[in-house]
Design a protein around this ligand. Structure first.
Ligand SMILES: [Zn+2]
Length: 421
């Protein structure tokens, strides 16, 4: 640790200040000097009034720029950061537009707030010697307004959604929600319809952004799909259809987002070199080294190690007697080791070419009760339906949301809905 030469004098100064309230003055700051003079002339109470200094972070600003602009001594910043490394890590990630509010008394910083957005920030309290007394991250809950939009697809989902007032992000979320049943690249037809009930967020009466999708419907080539967001009595939140079935499957079809199949599952494959029958018990996906590999379903890691021809391999144990295996990884995902639980979609490793492999690819196996099946054609089980204890509650809630979806679809313009919840 560096030795700060002003450490001792500073403490003396604070002790003096405690006896006689003479403000610590930054010499080049005229206004503060004026304040110091004024303070010596007015009553003790007034001299101890804290002031608030607001500094907005500009492009290229560093923490020391910001503190300098607030006329805070570099020693204060140094001691503060030195006394709390976790806080330091949080503070150095400054973004233009972040706002600092410093509470200063007699030239000394008592506390400050960093507003990293209109809803998130950090509140920091300092000791007399500028070390950190306490800090906490906070979130202001935004006000949620319910909105809805509905449209019919003419050219593309994105154009129709924009016409209906939806952002591209919201449209992406909508497509993802129905992506388990509808292939948005291939299946969309003119005349397909969408309706979505979603939240808009407001902070201090001002628009802040879009919130969650509460319910949605999609008519694709005459087939109608629904998704209703619901939190059950155990606190588990999922999207379900009108009958309470989960809209997602318990497994992703492909553990990579963008990949092409380079070798199919084939129990009778003739080995290219040995010219013997040697089963290919999985599907190979060609993808660049480093491409994230996702857990196909919720499960537990039963193997994460280097294992012969598989190279770096992860094996997951899921419910219903299903195991999935991911081979030739360049490396494992963060925290992925034997015994830990993973969620569907979580990154468990990265594409590589370790083990018996001729180029970067994922070798993916799907086993049901120990028997290898074709991962591309296996009938994937649905994710869990609404929990039995919440079934009646859900039935009523879903009915309400289905009514709202229907009336939204029947209307033309977008308007606020009151959902009486
Ligand atoms: Zn393979």
């Amino acid at each position: 640790m560096a030795v700060w030469p002003a450490a001792e004098p500073r403490r003396v100064q604070i002790e003096l200040a405690a006896l006689t309230p003479i403000p610590e003055v930054v010499p080049e700051d005229r206004s503060l000097q004026d304040a110091a003079i004024a303070a010596s002339e007015i009553s003790l109470d007034n001299a101890w009034q804290a002031e608030t200094i607001r500094i907005e972070v500009e492009p290229g600003d560093t923490l020391s720029h910001v503190f300098d602009r607030a006329k805070i001594l570099p020693t204060t910043l140094f001691r503060m950061l030195n006394s709390d490394k976790e806080l330091e890590r949080r503070l150095v990630r400054l973004q233009p537009g972040n706002v600092f509010e410093f509470q200063r008394l007699d030239g000394q910083i008592l506390s400050f707030t960093l507003h990293s957005s209109r809803i998130e920030g950090i509140q920091v309290t300092l000791n007399d010697d500028a070390t950190v007394a306490d800090w906490e991250a906070f979130t202001n809950e935004p006000t949620r307004m319910t909105r809805w939009a509905s449209g019919t697809i003419d050219d593309s989902l994105f154009l129709a959604a924009r016409d209906a007032g939806l952002s591209d992000t919201m449209t992406m979320n909508l497509a993802q929600l129905f992506g388990w049943d509808v292939d948005f690249a291939l299946d969309i037809r003119q005349g397909d319809e969408f309706t979505v009930i979603y939240e808009e967020l407001y902070v201090d009466g001002e628009y802040f952004g879009e919130g969650r999708i509460l319910a949605a419907s999609f008519v694709n080539q005459g087939n109608e799909f629904h998704a209703i967001r619901y939190t059950d009595q155990r606190g588990v939140t999922e999207y379900y259809d009108a009958e309470g079935r989960s809209v997602r499957k318990a497994f992703l079809r492909t553990p990579l987002e963008f990949a092409r199949i380079s070798s199919h599952f084939n129990p009778n494959r003739r080995h290219p070199i040995l010219n013997t029958i040697r089963a290919h018990r999985g599907t190979d996906y060609a993808a660049p080294t480093g491409t994230p590999i996702r857990a196909a379903g919720d499960g537990r890691v039963v193997e994460a190690r280097y294992n012969g021809g598989y190279g770096n391999v992860v094996v997951l144990q899921h419910g219903q007697g299903i195991r999935t295996l991911y081979a030739h990884m360049s490396r494992f995902g963060n925290g992925v080791r034997s015994g830990v639980n993973v969620r569907q979609g979580q990154i468990i490793g990265y594409v590589g070419t370790t083990g018996a492999s001729t180029g970067p690819h994922l070798h993916y196996e799907f086993l049901v009760n120990g028997v290898h099946v074709n991962p591309v054609t296996v009938r994937l089980p649905d994710a869990q339906p609404v929990h039995s204890e919440s079934r009646e509650d859900y039935r009523q809630y879903a009915q309400t949301m289905m009514t709202h979806l229907q009336s939204a679809r029947n209307s033309v313009a977008s308007a606020a809905l009151s959902l009486n919840e």
